[in-house]
Design a protein around this ligand. Sequence first.
Ligand SMILES: [Cu+2]
Length: 286
Amino acid sequence: MRKITSTVQMLAAGAAVTWSAGAQATESVAGQPVPEALGLQAPVTEIGEFGNWMYNDWLFPIIAAITVFVTVLLVWVMVRYRASANPEPSKTSHNTLIEVIWTVVPVLILVAIAIPSFKLLYSEYTPPKADLTIKVTGHQWYWSYEYPDHDGLSFDSIMLTDEDAAKANLPRLLATDNRVVVPVGKTVKLLLTSTDVIHSWTIPSFFVKMDAVPGRINETWFKAEKPGIYYGQCSELCGIRHGFMPIMVEVVSEEQFAAWLEEAKAQFASASASTQFASADLTVRQ
Ligand SMILES: [Cu+2]
């Protein structure tokens, strides 16, 4: 008996170690997909946590229970009521109790799904007061960003080539030359639009996905609670290089953000001055 108990304890300890190693692995790769992973990416926003709860702990058990129940029922009917076991079928065509059950139970299941679902939708569309606004514009095939609260700081964000990504030790097809930098724990309001076709700005770890539509402005928000680099991709089939317009967001402390702002303003001011000169030149020639 003692031996069994100690074996069980050992197994439990082993399971705990494996579990924590798994949890750590998930934590360290938050913000990007990993090979053979299942489920959603680890969330770093309150809404993301709610969304993950809804997916993992609410919808998944409900779907699993319904699937198991229907499968068991089908197998039971096939075995119990096959022609050889049940040569004389029942002539019953109505059973009020069963009819009430199969109407009421699905309604109750739908209500149980709808209540947290509406709550999640509502919180996604009612942002707290914004600390920072960023305007996101989709182009074929890159994103550009503008910080209207900070002297209209603006820059383009283009995917790194495979060689550049490898050199910088950043993930292939996800890293960009310029990244969006935001302070941790602050509400960021995003205003999204597009200059050509419909794109969609998505960061799975933030639980954010919003279409960027030409001719209109869409709004969404996030509040990242953990510093780090988070990746996403355009999620609207926008054309031939749709798969090559990644999104890279770096969440940093407030001091780091202030320092980045100073640096970025200096860096991109000179870049935009040269761009303006080029377009002015073009106008003259026309
Ligand atoms: Cu796109």
